[in-house]
Design a binder for this molecule. Sequence first.
Ligand code: MG
Length: 238
Amino acid sequence: MRYVWATGTHQGRVRDHNEDAVYPATSGAGEGPILIVVADGMGGHVAGEIASGLAIDRVVETSPEDGDVSPRERVNSANDRLLMAVRENPALLGMGTTMTLGLFDADGVLHIGHVGDSRAYLLRDGGMRQLTRDHTVVAELVALGHLSPEAAEHHPQRHLLTRTLGLGPVEIDQYEYQLEPGDRVLICSDGLTVMVDDDDIEAMAGGDVEGTVWTLIEAANAAGGVDNTTVAVVDLSA
Ligand code: MG
């Protein structure tokens, strides 16, 4: 199995700084295991970027080769790191971050650890599906059947998170997917998905990895760019 990836992040057209963070910062290729992480920080002033930065710094300390550490444990260690930072500096209280972590192993299995409303998608055979569940109030109302997906798109509270790293103990979702040659995985912050709907993301996600990253970021900015936008694209070939 061979992976090829690219990542990009942009502050957008409204915010004056970027609270998103992504790892790795550069594109590359390899046999796996490889680690790709997107984090969307929050907390006002610079605390949001401190949160996403600290969280990513912590998870990349554990080698992707270390198969004994689950995605859930990796994300949980990032949560511990943020709680420790707040204890050391109470001015940071209230900072938090989402985290969607993809560990792509040498056998083509994608292991995901996930908290928040960044997303992972799988593009396969001309279709696209979301691999993660958003931890937002509206996503939970939709899951319970109390709100239609259409109403959710315009709901005033659609950005309210039900789970975040940095605020206390948190339940972390973990998923495993067997990938196939030809698959493409997209991991992105909500800066993309708020501005560009899934059909349009799918339609624009067909170029090479680097081109697709920047096509999607530019599309979010062209649609208003109200938030920071981060995109990672990973291709698998035999
Ligand atoms: Mg965001």
